[in-house]
Design a protein around this ligand. Sequence first.
Ligand code: ZN
Length: 92
Amino acid sequence: MITKTHHILAKLNEELCEDLNKNKLVRTRAFFEKLTKIKRLIRKCINNNLCSFCGDSVYYLKGNREDHNYGTEYLVSGLCPKCQDEEMKETN
Ligand SMILES: [Zn+2]
């Protein structure tokens, strides 16, 4: 489920990328404020068991090694396994 939080998150991410492209050296106060906001919104998604990118419901089974890895990453990025795999593809 894509919520208002997701729209704000997407917009903030976009702005942050623009800021980075404009000026790679100077990190402004506004930059860090956006980063803090993004972290807060991701936390909100995690509290609601939602993926911070696609909005899917996220549930992890305990004791499954693969789930454990995804689960650890989920607590950082708020991404569901599907989106984590997509992100890995992009980075590699
Ligand atoms: Zn997702």
